[in-house]
Write a protein that binds this ligand. Structure first.
Ligand code: SAH
Length: 223
């Protein structure tokens, strides 16, 4: 069974990631190493390496492999960074980050998901990760500044508290838009200016919380 997953994973990296021009060798290596099937629900095992997002419970999803690879590559990680991840979800991307940086601080709003991800990551031996349960739209002030921030849920606008927690020279990537359609944006901090670049079109679940979408807010998109 495990060699079956190994070959599916190799195929995923080749056909979904390399074929779409992701070339950072560390990102590719990490994707070849992290067992994505350990982070999906049992009833989704057959789809663990397929080219899409999958449900992980509590109305959340594990992101599509290509999008995860794209976001990680954009952060241009060198291995020395302290990184904040907002929206731990399954913990899959957290495991990739663990291999790419010095320390990962990850925050998840839904306690049961945070606990489950922490358990899987611990069982698999990833040991440079601290998982918090709470509202990550406000960042994790105690542990700031961060060399990189990656947000796995869509924000209506770039949370100012996350911008403030970015180190000088730091990079942040996040989906920004309405509840149904967003663009990935990359924010680079240089001193006290923040450069913003709009990248590809994406669809993520909403970032809830103080600097995200309101819990009960209805759609507010323009026409
Ligand atoms: N990278 C994860 C993506 C999970 S989906 C994976 O591949 O598994 C996005 C996650 O963001 C969900 O688990 C959701 O609960 C979480 N989330 C939404 N708003 C949040 C907030 N304000 N703070 C922390 N996590 C949040």
């Amino acid at each position: 069974m495990s060699s079956e997953f190994d070959s599916q994973r190799e195929q995923m990296v080749r056909d979904q990631v390399e074929a779409r021009h992701i070339s950072d060798p560390h990102v590719l290596q990490a994707m070849r190493s992290v067992p994505r099937h350990e982070f999906v629900r049992l009833d989704m095992l057959d789809h663990a390496y397929s080219d899409n997002a999958l449900p992980i419970g509590m109305e959340q999803t594990i992101s599509q492999p290509y999008i995860v690879a794209y976001m990680l590559e954009q952060l241009a990680l060198t291995g020395t960074e302290t990184v904040l991840e907002v929206g731990t979800g399954s913990g899959y991307q957290t495991a990739l980050l663990s291999l790419l940086v010095k320390e990962v601080i990850s925050i998840e709003r839904q306690q049961p998901l945070a606990e489950q991800a922490a358990q899987v990551l611990d069982r698999l031996g990833y040991d440079n990760i601290v998982i918090h349960a709470g509202d990550g739209s406000q960042g994790v002030r105690d542990m700031a500044p961060f060399d990189a921030i990656i947000v796995s849920a869509a924000a209506p606008s770039i949370p100012s508290m996350l911008m403030a927690q970015l180190a000088d020279g730091g990079r942040m990537i996040l989906p920004v838009g309405d509840r149904h359609h967003q663009y990935l944006e990359k924010v680079t901090r240089v001193g006290n200016s923040w450069h913003i670049e709009q990248l590809i079109s994406v669809v993520f679940v909403p970032l809830l919380g103080k600097q995200g979408f309101g819990h009960h807010e209805q759609k507010s998109e323009r026409g």
